[in-house]
Design a protein around this ligand. Structure first.
Ligand code: 4AD
Ligand code: MG
Length: 504
């Protein structure tokens, strides 16, 4: 019996197995919030209704103890989940001692060190279930579209996404690398199957501590024969729309648990704006408005608002602290003021972060040099102006991977397309049309200082029945992070691997 199914058993006896998410006692009653992975429910043990032994069992429970209990299901709208269980029997399975994660605020490092336990919290529970739903929808989408799933190797003999972020390992005495991308193998398989997708772990060794970077992340890489860059964009758009729509319809409880405002996600039905690199640069530099907004002036105004609000918040905190010194103030009123102060202090943390960030964003937007790749700040500046993902295509070929097709109309550009999530999140998908010209490919491989021998097999794909083709890679964690509006990618994967962390 699972908590999520209690509604089917109103008035009936049930047995639940789970963990104690919260416990409080008051005269002759023990209230437990029980969780079993499927949901939460309040279970009440009443001393007048059960034996002394059972009541003592209930009292012995501590935070995160495991327990089996039986009782009757009663509808109660006020309780979490809408149902309550009136306990008739209760057996502790293991009584936990001093569970390290208390209700008080913990720092992120502490929580990351206790990731194996932190995953039990309601917020992490919700994020992991949304991640699960996204994975399910991804497979559903591609399978329904007739794609063949393939697994690309993880030990590889060549780089795919540049040589600066390769994890090197040893393979029977030879150097080998952990895969940065399954794409090159996906291209080979697409020539055998038509349309394929890989879904596997990929590795990047940049010593980067940004909120977007993981050392190990999961990537979905479809590759389609006979697709050009525009077919590719159509597919990206339909794909992301399906996944986000599914999360909205299948995960309302989870979205509510993390306090995600779904208004932006609902916009996913609108067409995704498609901008060339040139247009995107103009927007970043404030030379072109978008949706009635100018990137630079709107940031400047926002900074003023933030500065003003910080002054206001400081003042209100001081006033309330002063008021709390009033002799004889009632306990309730003190509590009320303290709660307000705590909330204001939390707001201050966010505001101060913005006060630090906005000048940096402004600076990098103003000084952006045409021809460069976008950095995290540039993506933030650009995507804060949108409420749906945008697609930026036709990039200066020098800043993109060796395998992208040169634009036949203007050879300064390569036919790459990045999809950037709105609300400041930035790149979630990278992809494009592939170079089919063997000569150009060889030049690019040399230009990137990659060993040509390791790519002979890849060049064979251009020698034997070469066709136009395209594909993309979606970073699963980046998508989860945006959908859940997380401040950092570390919460989007059960056990993150990132610079400076290998445990737990
Ligand atoms: O843009 P990237 O490097 O593109 C590729 O790997 C191509 N081979 C994909 C293809 O065309 N088949 O990576 C693709 C996506 C990024 O848009 C981002 O979402 C994610 O992978 N990604 C990362 N996610 C977390 N941490 C990192 N260090 C990431 N690097 C890339
Ligand atoms: Mg990229």
């Amino acid at each position: 019996m699972y908590i999520k199914d209690l509604r089917l058993h109103e008035g009936q006896p049930v047995t639940l197995k789970g963990w104690v998410a919260n416990k409080r006692e008051s005269k002759g009653l023990v209230f437990i919030i029980m969780r079993d992975g499927s949901g939460l429910c309040q279970c009440v043990t009443d001393a007048t209704q059960v034996s002394e032994q059972i009541f003592e069992n209930a009292r012995s429970l501590t935070l995160e103890s495991s327990v089996e209990l039986s009782g009757t299901v009663v509808k109660d709208e006020k309780q979490v989940g809408g149902y309550e269980v009136r306990v008739t029997a209760l057996t502790p399975l293991q009584v936990a001692k001093d569970y390290p994660i208390a209700k008080k605020e913990h720092g992120v490092d502490f929580l990351m060190d206790h990731r194996h336990l932190w995953l039990r919290s309601q917020r992490q529970w919700a994020i992991m279930r949304i991640r699960n739903r996204i994975i399910y929808s991804i497979h559903q989408f591609f399978q329904q579209e007739g794609f063949v799933q393939m697994d690309a190797p993880i030990f590889t003999g060549n780089a795919c996404e540049g040589t600066t972020n390769l994890f090197e390992t040893e393979y029977y005495g030879e150097p080998a690398y952990l895969s940065q991308s399954g794409q090159l193998y996906g291209e080979a398989m697409a020539m055998a199957m038509g349309k394929i997708y890989t879904f596997g772990p990929t590795f990047r060794a940049e010593k980067s501590k940004t909120r977007r970077h993981l050392s190990e992340f999961w990537m979905i890489e479809p590759e389609m024969a006979f697709f050009d860059i525009f077919d590719n964009m159509d597919l990206i758009e339909r794909f992301l729309r399906k996944v986000v729509t599914d999360v909205l319809s299948e995960c309302p409880t989870e979205l509510e648990a993390i306090g995600r405002d779904t208004a932006v996600l609902q916009q996913i039905v609108k067409p995704f704006p498609r901008l060339t690199y040139d247009e995107a640069v103009k927007i970043i530099k404030g030379e072109q408005d978008v949706n009635g907004k100018n990137a630079i002036t709107s940031l400047e105004e926002e900074l003023k608002t933030v500065d003003a609000r910080i002054v206001e918040v400081h003042k209100e905190i001081a006033e309330r602290e002063e008021r709390m010194k009033t002799p004889g103030m009632k306990k309730g009123e003190i509590g009320f003021n303290q709660a307000k102060i705590d909330k204001l202090k939390q707001e201050l943390v966010d505001l101060e972060e913005q006060q630090r960030n906005i000048p940096q964003w402004l600076n990098s937007a103003r000084s952006f040099v045409y021809g460069n790749d976008f950095g995290g700040s540039d993506e933030t500046v650009l995507t804060r102006l949108f409420d749906v993902p945008i697609m930026v295509y036709n990039w200066p070929h020098q800043v993109k991977a060796f395998y992208l097709k040169r634009d036949p109309n203007d050879n300064r550009f390569a036919r790459g397309v990045d999809t950037l999530a709105p609300e400041g999140y930035g790149e979630i998908v990278g992809g494009g049309e592939r170079e089919t010209n063997e000569q150009l490919l060889v030049e690019k491989i040399k230009e990137h200082e990659l060993p040509l021998e390791a790519f002979e097999w890849y060049l064979d794909l251009r020698r034997y029945g070469s066709v136009p083709h395209a594909g993309f890679g979606l970073g699963l964690e980046r998508l989860v992070t945006w959908v859940c509006k997380l401040p950092h990618v570390r919460e989007s994967i059960p056990f993150p691997r990132m610079y400076g962390r290998l445990l737990p």
